[in-house]
Design a protein. Structure first.
Length: 364
């Protein structure tokens, strides 16, 4: 792709009120973005009507500067490969072409071969419980070891844990951004983004410099669902963007999986709603692989038998409780309980939640 062709793609992308359907119709009619803009306005009007023809006649504001910046981004030295993947490009993922609304182009940073790999979406709450974050990490690590690429949205919480877990396996991870690919959002994920660029893949359909606007994230969610054989929801409240991703996956004919949780946890209610609607209840990565008819990875070396469980951990169970509730349940004074729980917390077996509650964490 040369500078002029890039400019034509960006002009088509940024023309106001010209949706993806109209963009694809123009490409089908004229054969490419440069051919679109070489055609007379009468041909545009014939293809899309006079209103669209008028919009196409004026280059979008800031187009030249954006094309220059994007071209410079492509040419800049980088430890990770920088690519613009357009409709019709051999690198364009076939899984997105099968959806109703494939993006016109993708900015890519990293291992573009992951776009053609078998993938699983892993999404969930930005404010997960400690157990939810551990489940996202452990499931993603196991699925990556089975050869799947984990696709998620780079958000705080479940998304970040999923990306981190997947990087520990050969399947790696694809992060779909809701900003320009030259921006990291949230900033807390700067180090994770650099690691994904080196070992996985970052993609975005947004132009360079695009901020994290609210309408970008549902658009991002459709790409997560579209790239994946199925979508796993780890934790989600009833009003959650993760449920949008699950709905989109279902509408695309892809599988939807959900991990159940405590009936008392607001972060489990979205998953329970999905299960009632027909999502596959999963308790392990093997359940996901079985439903997708994929082989399980070779079993690891057997672990030594676990030591007998501490009675306090057994009494704590897996639902969140307050210190007073646990004291009543065990008969142990709160002061002594606090000291014991601190030991478990430092070992990673217990986590503290908002509202002075305590929850046991199972490391899968």
């Amino acid at each position: 792709m040369d500078r002029d062709e890039l400019g034509a793609w960006l002009r088509l992308l940024l023309t106001p009120e010209l949706g993806p359907g109209a963009q694809r119709q123009l490409l089908a009619s004229f054969g490419g973005p440069q051919a679109v803009f070489d055609a007379p306005s009468s041909a545009w009007a014939q293809a899309l009507g006079p209103a669209a023809a008028k919009r196409l006649s004026e280059p979008p504001e800031g187009l030249s500067a954006l094309a220059d910046a994007t071209w410079q981004w492509l040419q800049a030295p980088s430890e990770a490969a920088r690519t613009i993947i357009t409709l019709g490009d051999p690198l364009y993922p076939a899984s997105l072409l099968q959806t109703a609304d494939p993006p016109l182009l993708l900015h890519a940073l990293g291992r573009t071969e992951l776009l053609s790999a078998a993938s699983i979406g892993v999404v969930g709450s930005r404010n997960p419980t400690p157990q939810g974050a551990e489940n996202a990490r452990a499931f993603s690590q196991a699925l990556s070891r089975a050869g799947l690429t984990v696709v998620s949205g780079m958000a705080l919480g479940i998304d970040g844990a999923a990306h981190a877990g997947a990087l520990d396996g050969p399947g790696s991870t694809v992060a779909v951004l809701g900003t320009g690919i030259d921006r990291v959002y949230p900033k807390r994920h700067l180090e994770l983004a650099h690691r994904i660029a080196r070992e996985g893949l970052l993609i975005s359909e947004c132009p360079l410099g695009a901020p994290p606007l609210a309408h970008h994230f549902p658009q991002r969610n459709r790409l997560i669902a579209g790239l994946s054989l199925g979508t796993l929801v780890v934790e989600a409240a009833l009003q959650s963007g993760s449920l949008i991703t699950a709905r989109l996956a279902s509408e695309m004919g892809r599988e939807v999986f959900a991990i159940p949780g405590s009936i008392h946890s607001p972060q489990s209610r979205g998953c329970h709603a999905l299960i009632r609607q027909g999502a596959k209840l999963v308790e392990s990565a093997a359940d996901v692989l079985e439903e997708l008819h994929l082989p399980r990875p070779a079993a690891p070396d057997p672990e030594p038998p676990p030591a007998s469980e501490d009675p306090l951990l057994a009494a704590l169970g897996f639902d969140a409780v307050t210190l007073d509730e646990l004291s009543t349940r065990t008969g142990i004074a709160p002061q002594e309980l606090s000291a014991r729980l601190l030991e478990f917390e430092l070992a990673g077996d217990v986590a503290r939640l908002p509202g002075q509650r305590i929850q046991r964490v199972s490391r899968a």
